[in-house]
Design a protein around this ligand. Sequence first.
Ligand SMILES: [Zn+2]
Length: 585
Amino acid sequence: MHPETLQLLTLSILHPKHGKLGDVTAVLVNSRCSNLFLEVMDIDTELFTIGSAIFDKYGEIRPWLVDGEYSKGSGVWGRELNDGKLFFVFCVSVEPQYRNQGIASWALQQLYASEYVHKDDKFLCWPSPVPRPPSEQWVTAFDGIVDFFRKVGYRRVGATAFFAYSQDPDHPSRTKDRLDDFDPDYTFSTSGPHPRSALYDAISADKSENIVQVIQDAHAKDPSCIHQPDSHGFRPIHIAVMSDNLHALRTLIALGLTDDDFHSRQNGDHLTPLEALSGEMCESREFQEIFKREGWEGHSNTKLQLEAMLKRAMGHPMPATDDEYISKKKWGCTCDKCHGGWLSPRTMIRLHDAAEVGGDTVLDDIDEVVPREPMETVFIEFHPFLSYIPLRLWRDMYKTFISGYSVVFRTIARLLSRCILPTETTVLAEAVDNFDYFENKSLKFYFDKEGRVEYALAAMANYAEEDPFDLYVDDEPFKKASRGVNDREFDIVKKMIGLNPKETWGPYSASPERAEPMRMFDSDDSEAEELKAFFGEEESGGEEIDEEESEEEEGEEESEEEEGEEESTEEQGEASTGEEDMDDS
Ligand SMILES: [Zn+2]
C-alpha cells in the first residue's frame, strides 16, 4: 500500500557544463487513504511529524488549526488544505559555489511545473538546517531557511513549525506579506519567573486524596500560590490536568480559580488547560488506532472526568452528572445525537439500508444454483455480501444456506429499524420463531453449516462504510439526519457489533492474488533500507538548466537558501543510482 501512496521525487539540477548543482527532494502523498492517512507514514519520520501535526487520520486539517484562537496562527490556511495531493518538500540543496543565484527557487518552480503536480496540490515544508549547525549558529541558520521559504511564497500553517505553499496566486497565503506571517509568541518566559514550587511537585506526584490537604495548607499560607505560573508558564491547574490528578483539580476549583487560570496559554505549549487536555486525548486515541490491534478503546474515564470538571467550572453547558457526560463523550461524539455515544444517526441509516440490500441481493443469483449443489464460486467471489462467507464454507453454499444468510440480513434490518443494536445475541434472539417455516428451516441450515451472524454483520458494515453506489448524495432523509464526527467511524461500529478487530472478516476470495495480505514493512533495518522499502519505486526526474537562465534568476542574496540534509541526501542518492540517466531532459 505504501509504495502506491508515497512516492519519492528527486529532481536533480543538472548543468550542461558544471554537472549537478543540487537537488530538490520531495515526497508525494498520492492519496489520503480514507482513514489511514497517518498510518501510511512511518512514525519517527519527518513525514509523520509534519503530517500528524497538520492532518488527522482522514488527511484533513486539524480543526484547531482553523478555529483555535491561538493555534490558527495568521489564519491564512484553512480547509482547502484538504483538497489536492500533498507534497512534502524535504530538501532543497544547492552546491555552495552556486548559491545566491536563485537556483533553489528556480528548481522549486520546476517541481511545481512538473507532470506530477496539479493545480490543487499543496506543498509543505519543515524548515530546519541540516546538518545541524553548532548551537550558537542555529538561530541564524534557521531564520535564514525560514526566510528563504517565505520569499518563495510559503507561509506558516497555524501556529505549527511547518509552512505550506499554494499554487493559487489568490490564496490568502500568497497575498499575505511575508513580514506579516505568524511567528509563535515566546514571551511566556517573562510571565512566569517563579521557580517550580513544592506544590507543583506534590500535584504531579500524589494523586491520592492526601493532595487535598496539601493544597489547602499551601493555600492557607499563601492564597496566590494556586494561580502562580512556574518558570515555563504552567499554573497548578495545568499540572493537575496534565498529571490526571482529579483530586487536585477539584480542590483547586473549590478554592477559587480565576478566568486567567482557565484561559492562560502563556506557557511553553501555548495551550489552555482544556486545550492541553483535548490534545492529549486526541493523541492517545490516534496512538491506539495506529498501534493497537484492538484499536481505540474509547477515551479514558479519568480524562473525561477532568474534562467534565473543567468545562463545568468554566460555565460550559453540561449534562446533570459527570457520568452522563462520560457516557456521551466516551466514543468521541460531539453531536449529542449518537446512539450509545457512538452510533451516529447517519450511520444508523447506512447500516439499516445495507442490511436490507444484503437480504435482497444475496438471493439475486439463487436461481442459478443447481439443486443439491453448492453455488458456483464465480457468483460468490465478486458478490458484495456473499464474499463475506469464509472460503471453507463455500462447499456448503446450497440454496438453503443462502436463503438462511438472507434471513440473517433481514433480521438485522428489523433490529436496526427499531434502533436495537445488532449483535450475535440480539440477532439470534430476534430470529427465533419470527419467520415462516421455510425461513426458519433455512436459518437453521445456515447455522448448522457453521454460518455465523458475524459474517452478515461484517458484510453489512463494510458495505455501509464503502457505500459503493453513493446512495446518499441526494437522499433527503439521510441529509436531514444530523451530521456528526462519528459518521465515518466504522472501526468503532464494527467493534461494537461484535467484530473482534484482531480477526479478519472478509471479503474472501478463491484467487490467491486477491487474498494476499497487505504488505508490511520492517522498520528495524537501516534507514536507507527503510527509505527504499517505504517509497518503493523511485521516480527521478532530472532538470537541466543553462547558465544564462540561472543567472537571469531574481538574484537571491542570502546564502541560507539551502536546506541540505546530508544524511538523507546520501541515502536518496544511493537509492536513485542509475535512475538519473533515465530522466526525460
Ligand atoms: Zn454524535
